[in-house]
Design a protein around this ligand. Structure first.
Ligand SMILES: Nc1ncnc2c1ncn2[C@@H]1O[C@H](COP(=O)(O)OP(=O)(O)OP(=O)(O)O)[C@@H](O)[C@H]1O
Length: 247
């Protein structure tokens, strides 16, 4: 199996605060890989480091065969078009409607004609389960679930191999959250995606993840499938995966 993302001995320091001290992570092709851990352990920061929004203080990150610390700006620009990102906050531009939001990456990274862009956007809107008639609505006019779907459609605009999701079900009601889990699984199979997902949502973790990495005390304290979790003696893991320990 090919590994698409490799973090080796990654260190992250903000001022005097050490957030990560030697993270090792391997994300394989085709898997849905989760990052969990206590609040403030640096899950979002790892995701930002993987997509070149945050520099690391030490170690090495490789994504799709590129060492991020030595990559040229041309390769970096190309690499950015090979992944999609769904961040927790500020997902959509409020002054643009759904169609315009999804069009953004196509305008930035391609020279497709307006007609082609409209076709791609129409397809993506359908792919995530929105209606064609939703295209002209603005973020303020749609539900939380629809916003997440729109942001997902935008993340998928460029047909990425890799998708990064930061707490995709946060703020959603339980029904919409489970619907979003199902959508992620469906899209992974349909589009052959590899997905890295930060989550606090235990149901989502069990419904979607193939493997999980647990960050605690600045390190990865567990990396593997969800079956072996109950052998852990770590306090966070015992609390987070409580139902597994009670069986
Ligand atoms: N740009 C920054 N400058 C200074 N400190 C930062 C910066 N970004 C993150 N931090 C700090 O790094 C730590 C990890 O933050 P991060 O948001 O990655 O945690 P998290 O695990 O995603 O948290 P949560 O689960 O609460 O969302 C926090 O203490 C945060 O304050």
């Amino acid at each position: 199996m090919q590994s698409l993302i490799k973090l080796r001995d990654v260190r992250t320091v903000f001022g005097t605060k050490v957030v990560h001290d030697g993270l090792n992570i391997t994300v394989n092709e085709g898997e849905i890989y989760g990052l969990v851990g206590p609040s403030g352990c640096g899950k979002t920061t790892v995701l930002r480091e993987m997509v070149m929004l945050q520099e690391i203080s030490g170690g090495k990150i490789e994504v799709l065969g590129h060492d991020l610390s030595t990559i040229s700006s041309t390769d970096a620009q190309k690499l950015r078009s090979e992944w999609g990102v769904l961040f927790q906050a500020g997902a959509l531009f409020s002054s643009l409607n759904i169609k315009e939001n999804i069009s953004l990456p196509l305008r930035e990274y391609t020279d497709l004609s307006q007609k082609m862009i409209d076709e791609v956007v129409k397809f993506k809107i359908n792919l995530v389960g929105l209606k064609s008639s939703d295209a002209h609505l603005y973020p303020s006019q749609i539900s939380g679930g629809m916003k997440k779907k729109s942001a997902l459609a935008r993340a998928l605009a460029m047909d990425p191999k890799l998708l990064f999701l930061d707490e995709p079900t946060s703020g959603l009601d339980p029904i919409s959250a489970r619907e979003f889990d199902a959508l992620i699984l469906k899209l992974r199979d349909l589009l052959d995606l590899s997905i890295v997902m930060v989550s606090h949502d235990l149901q989502s973790v069990y419904a979607t993840l193939d493997r999980v990495a647990v960050i605690d005390e600045k390190k990865i304290i567990y990396e593997g499938d969800l079956k072996n979790i109950k052998n852990s003696t770590n306090k966070f893991m015992k609390t987070f995966f409580r139902s597994d320990f009670e069986q």
